[in-house]
Design a binder for this molecule. Structure first.
Ligand code: DC
Length: 218
């Protein structure tokens, strides 16, 4: 039998730097990586495509249950329409329940025989993998996160207005943190990283030290 998979949970709000960090840690350790936000984005877009409102519990749950692997490869998953729809379907408990098994299965048996998995999202350390070996909560100020998102959008050739991005991000933060179902929050034993004044290399080095040092519950 295979040894138990080592699981690293990385949670935090949008544009805090958790995706870049999670991918780098996974590459460095030879672990599999799952961006759990992509799953919610795919469900959000699927619901919209079916002509339904992402806040409609029945429609969103049916889209979640019908989710197929190719839905996670859509090129438009990273856009703002997907982000906003994701944040709405993510507030529906039956949508979250429908997506739980897939995430837990990925953590317990990572693809390609990887010895561990890094999952990033909003509730990985609190709900999806409460027994994760390491838990990080990555945050940055709203201003910094909005500025990063504007830069990222412009680099992709998408027009972006700072005040608009900031407003959208604030709304999404509120929806993600104040919902009843698995709200965005650091796990009790998560190690906190504020990336507001750090560059990606500094964040990576700090996280690697935290992951390699003692247990996250210490
Ligand atoms: O990380 P992201 O921006 O791709 O996430 C998109 C939305 O999905 C986010 O606003 C909240 C939701 N989400 C969630 O509720 N739980 C997760 N584990 C990941 C994302």
């Amino acid at each position: 039998m295979n040894a138990r998979s080592t699981v690293i949970a990385i949670d935090g709000p949008a544009a805090a730097g958790k995706g870049t960090l999670a991918r780098r840690i996974a590459n460095h350790l030879g672990y599999a990586y799952l961006d759990t936000g992509l799953i919610y984005r795919a469900v959000g877009l699927k619901t919209l495509e079916r002509g339904a409102d992402p806040a409609d519990a029945e429609a969103a749950t049916s889209a979640a249950l019908a989710l197929a692997p190719e839905d996670l490869k859509r090129p438009d998953l990273r856009g703002d329409e997907a982000a906003n729809a994701a944040s709405k379907v993510a507030a529906i408990p039956s949508v979250r329940a429908a997506l739980l098994d897939f995430q837990r299965q990925f953590a317990a048996s990572p693809p390609n025989g990887a010895p561990g998995a890094v999952l990033d999202g909003r509730d990985v350390g609190t709900v999806v993998c409460p027994d994760a070996d390491r838990k990080l909560f990555v945050n940055a100020s709203l201003e910094v996160r909005a500025a990063r998102r504007v830069k990222e959008l412009r680099e992709r050739g998408v027009e972006a207005i700072h005040t608009r991005v900031l407003k959208d991000m604030k709304e999404r933060d509120t929806r993600d943190s104040e919902r009843d179902a698995a709200p965005l929050a650091p796990a009790e034993n998560a190690l906190l990283i504020d990336t507001s004044t750090l560059n990606p290399d500094e964040v990576f080095n700090l996280a690697l030290r935290l992951v390699s040092a003692g247990r996250s519950s210490d």
